[in-house]
Design a protein around this ligand. Structure first.
Ligand SMILES: *Cc1c(COP(=O)(O)O)cnc(C)c1O
Length: 403
């Protein structure tokens, strides 16, 4: 048997040859919208800190205070001795913000999906995933051992076909059907047709789980997300998200009914068997939540949309943005890698997104704008883009766009 290193080095070499080699590049300093990497100053168009809160003095102050009051860690899982008052406070605030009865925090958004789906769904059940959901939902679904089905991205007809099959299979039995989507898709920035999805799942007696990682801070009353903006907050059973993006901290959450949360406390293994989120992270998320719901949040939110409109006018004329994420689809991995290198040489940090994050033939540059950007940054970025002869046609306008 070949040595481990030999075996792995061979595979690594194959990936490099296919333009799929990945590198971790240490960021030496950052202000959120600016980075220093390998001695070079770069404008960062790759951050999910949409509201530009990562360096906000109030968040930092809250984190420092929590560190002093509660220490550097939570010391145990929530069910042992780690359920600190500040976790409960954050969960009450999250539920209030999302317009749900209750909420529960996890160590990360990834851990949230990994815990929640297998807690609710088992081998007799069916999970139906939008083709483009985040890896955490795919992995959570796989861990559940349910039958997995995928429907074409945002395609209600394709979903209904699967629902019919699942419904028939269920017969008069009690097997569960769970549909999983994102409200704003992480790599395309488009929106799911949530009202129609809710209508469909109700018709078929399925449950709906929506990942709001990229819509928090940018939609709805006080930035609480697209579900709430569409007044679907009492109709989507399972609402998850991350504290790591617009909330500028770390951790994940699920929001929903009191029974859902009580059930997850007993059954979500990534909650039960993992140390509770660190006090400093919880406190900064709590403060971000307060800021987002106030005037400052509203100002930052409208700035993000103005920047996104500016970039969309240039990247995709005639199609307003549907989120703060704008992809430039280039096709082959090499094209995306070359375009990213070209931009980096000109002072922009925009990594190439490739397989397995997106489909093999749809490698891209993914731009995200944040409230920390200047309008001049976007202007300069557009002036620096490489020629786009091999760009594929952009997807059609989403009719459910709110912005
Ligand atoms: C980032 C992301 C997650 C994971 O959240 P983390 O807190 O970073 O683990 C989950 N879902 C989507 C759609 C994401 O973009």
């Amino acid at each position: 048997m070949p040595e481990l290193d030999e075996t792995l080095a061979e595979e690594l070499a194959d990936w490099a040859a296919a333009g799929l080699r990945r590198e971790l590049r240490p960021v030496a300093a950052t202000t959120g919208s600016r980075l220093v990497v390998e001695g070079q100053d770069l404008i960062n168009f790759a951050s999910n800190d949409y509201l530009g809160l990562i360096h906000h003095p109030e968040l930092q102050e809250a984190a420092v205070q929590a560190l002093r009051d509660w220490g550097s860690g939570s010391g145990a899982s929530r069910l042992v001795s780690g359920s600190l008052a500040l976790h409960h406070h954050l969960e009450e605030s999250l539920a209030h913000w999302k317009g749900t009865a209750a909420a529960l925090t996890f160590g990360s958004g990834y851990a949230t999906a990994l815990g929640v789906i297998p807690a609710l769904i088992g081998s007799d059940d069916v999970v139906i995933l939008d083709k483009r959901v985040h890896a955490c939902c795919v992995d959570g679904a796989q861990l559940s051992r349910a039958k997995l089905r995928v429907y074409r991205h945002n395609d209600l007809g394709s979903l209904e076909e699967v629902l019919k099959w699942a419904d028939q299979r269920r017969g008069s039995g009690k097997s569960r059907i769970l549909i999983v989507t994102e409200s704003v898709f992480s790599m395309d920035g488009d929106q799911a047709p949530l009202p129609a999805l809710v209508e469909l799942k109700e018709r078929y007696g399925a449950w709906l789980m929506v990942d709001e990682a990229h819509s928090l801070g940018l939609f709805g009353p006080s930035g609480s997300g697209l579900i709430h903006a569409l007044e679907l907050n009492t109709r989507v059973e399972i609402q998850m998200g991350t504290l790591g993006k617009a909330l500028a901290s770390a951790g994940g959450y699920v929001a929903g009914s009191r029974s859902l949360i009580d059930f997850l406390i007993h059954r979500a293994r990534s909650f039960m068997f993992s140390t509770a989120p660190a006090p400093a992270a919880v406190a900064s998320a709590q403060t971000a939540l307060k800021l987002i719901q106030g005037d400052e949040g509203a100002r930052r939110c409208s700035r993000v949309w103005a920047l996104a409109r500016q970039l969309a006018e240039q990247l995709q004329p005639g199609r307003p943005p549907t989120s703060a994420i704008l992809p430039l689809i280039l096709g082959p991995a090499e094209a995306a890698v070359d375009a990213a290198a070209h931009l980096r040489a000109l002072g922009f940090w925009v990594p190439a997104i490739r397989d397995p994050t997106v489909a093999r033939d749809s490698a891209r540059l993914r731009f995200s704008v944040t409230a920390g950007h200047e309008f001049a940054d976007v202007q300069q970025l557009f002036g620096s883009l490489p020629p786009r002869s091999n760009m594929t046609t952009p997807p059609p306008v989403n009719p459910h766009s709110l912005q």
